[in-house]
Design a protein around this ligand. Structure first.
Ligand SMILES: *Cc1c(COP(=O)(O)O)cnc(C)c1O
Length: 391
C-alpha cells in the first residue's frame, strides 16, 4: 500500500523535534550536529533569535497579501539585494525551481523583445541541478531526473562540465544564454574555476548572450562571499537565489540587471505567494546578518579552520576519503568508500552530512557554527570514518 506521504524520498530513520544553532534534537533526546542545514537552507542555524523575532513579529501583524498591492517587506528585501549585488531588480519566488522557471522565461523574452525570437537555447552542463520543474529537469538533462516524464521543455544544450571549447562550438544564432552553478551542489561540490567563469562571461559578452548563474545552493554567504561569483570578479546578467535567503522560510529570488529584465513588464510573470510579507521579513533578517563584511570574514576564518582539519582527517583515513573540495562552508569530501556508507556512519555518530553525486558527502553547516562545533564535527567524522574502515 502506498504510504500517505508520496514515497519519492529514501528517508533516513531519523526524526527531529527541535533545533538550536548547528544542533538538532530527536524526540528521544539524541543531539545531532547538523552539517547539512536542510541542504544549505538554515544559513543562520536553527531557531536563530533574530529570525524567530522577525517571523513572530511579522506574523502578529500581517502574513500574506497578494502582489496586487505594494509590500514594504518585499521592497526592503529587494533594496538590500540590489544594494549588495550586481542586480538592478528582483523578483521573489518560493523556491529555487521557480527561480529557474523565471530565469529561463526572462532570457527568452529578452531576445524576443530585441527582435531575435529565434534565440531560445540555453547552454547547461552535466552534473548540474536547477530544480525539479519541467524546465529545471530539462535544464539539467540527466536521465535520472528526466526519464519517464514525457516530452521535455525544448531548448537546452547540454555540455560536459569544464568543456570551454564545447561552449564556443555550441554557440549559434539560436543561443540565448549560458546557465551554470558557480559551485555545483548536487553534482558533488564541483567548483567552476575562476578563470573558467571569466571565460564564460567573455563568451557571453562576445556573442551578446546572457549569463545566468544558479546560486541557489552556493549563494547567500555559503562560500564566504555574499555570492559565489564574486570570487571570480565577474557578474551575471541573471541570478537564481533560494535556499539560504529564507533561512528556513521557503523563499527564492531572481536577480537581474535592468537590461536583462527589460522584457518582464507588467503581466508577463507572477506568483501568488512569492515575496509575501512573512517570507520577506525573514529574508531581510537573513540579509542583515549575511551581507556584512565581518560576518563573511568569520565564515572564511571558520572555513579555513574546518578545511585544515578535514585535510588531517583525509590524511588519517586515506582508505575512506580522497580529497576535500569546494569553497567556504560549501565543502565536499570525495570518498573512496561508498559515500552513503559514510553518511550512515555519520548518523550512527550523531552527525548529519548530505550525499551528493560523484561519491561525495557534502558539508553545508550553518554559517554560524562555532569553533567548538567544528572540532566536534571533525571528531565525529573521525569516528564515522573509523567505523567505515573497520566494516
Ligand atoms: C536546490 C537547488 C535548486 C532547486 O531549489 P528548490 O528550492 O528545491 O526548488 C536549484 N538549483 C540549485 C543549484 C539547487 O541547489
Amino acid at each position: 500500500m502506498i504510504p500517505s506521504v508520496l514515497p519519492t524520498y529514501n528517508r533516513a530513520p531519523l526524526e527531529f523535534v527541535k533545533g538550536e544553532g548547528a544542533w538538532l534534537t530527536t524526540a528521544d533526546g539524541r543531539r545531532f550536529l547538523d552539517l547539512g542545514s536542510g541542504i544549505a537552507v538554515n544559513a543562520l542555524g536553527h531557531a536563530h533569535p533574530a529570525l524567530v523575532e522577525a517571523l513572530t513579529s511579522q506574523a502578529q501583524n500581517l502574513w500574506h497579501v497578494s502582489n496586487l498591492y505594494h509590500i514594504p517587506q518585499q521592497q526592503a528585501l529587494a533594496d538590500k539585494l540590489v544594494e549588495h549585488t550586481f542586480a538592478d531588480t528582483v523578483f521573489f519566488t518560493n523556491s529555487g525551481t521557480e527561480a529557474c522557471e523565471l530565469a529561463v522565461k526572462m532570457a527568452r523574452k529578452y531576445f524576443y523583445d530585441k527582435g531575435q525570437p529565434e534565440r531560445v537555447e540555453i547552454i547547461t552542463f552535466d552534473g548540474s541541478f536547477h530544480g525539479r520543474s519541467s524546465a529545471g529537469i530539462a535544464a539539467a538533462g540527466s536521465e535520472k531526473m528526466t526519464k519517464g516524464f514525457g516530452p521535455l521543455l525544448p531548448g537546452f544544450v547540454h555540455l560536459t562540465f569544464g568543456d570551454l571549447d564545447g561552449v564556443t562550438n555550441a554557440v549559434s544564432e539560436a543561443t540565448a544564454a549560458i546557465m551554470i552553478e558557480p559551485v555545483q551542489g548536487e553534482g558533488g561540490i564541483r567548483p567552476v574555476p575562476d578563470a573558467e567563469l571569466k571565460a564564460l562571461r567573455a563568451i557571453c559578452d562576445e556573442h551578446g548572450l546572457l549569463l545566468i548563474l544558479d546560486e541557489v545552493q552556493c549563494g547567500v554567504g555559503r562560500t564566504g562571499k555574499l555570492f559565489a561569483h564574486e570570487w571570480a570578479g565577474v557578474s551575471p546578467d541573471i541570478m537564481m537565489v533560494a535556499k539560504g535567503i529564507g533561512g528556513g522560510f521557503p523563499l527564492g529570488a531572481v536577480l537581474a540587471t535592468e537590461d536583462a529584465a527589460s522584457g518582464m513588464t507588467a503581466g508577463t510573470h507572477g506568483s501568488t505567494y512569492g515575496g509575501n510579507p512573512l517570507g520577506c521579513a525573514v529574508g531581510c533578517a537573513v540579509m542583515d546578518y549575511v551581507a556584512d563584511e565581518a560576518f563573511l570574514a568569520e565564515v572564511n576564518r571558520k572555513a579555513g579552520l574546518l578545511r585544515q582539519k578535514l585535510e588531517g582527517l583525509i590524511a588519517d583515513h586515506p582508505e575512506v576519503f580522497e580529497e576535500v573540495r569546494g569553497a567556504g562552508l560549501m565543502l565536499g569530501l570525495k570518498c573512496k568508500a561508498a559515500n552513503i556508507d559514510v553518511v550512515n556512519a555519520g548518523y550512527d555518530n550523531d552527525l548529519i552530512t548530505v550525499p551528493a553525486a560523484d561519491n561525495v558527502i557534502r558539508l553545508l553547516p550553518p554559517l554560524t557554527l562555532t569553533d567548538e562545533d567544528i572540532a566536534e564535527a571533525v571528531s565525529r567524522l573521525e569516528k564515522a570514518a573509523a567505523q567505515v574502515a573497520a566494516a
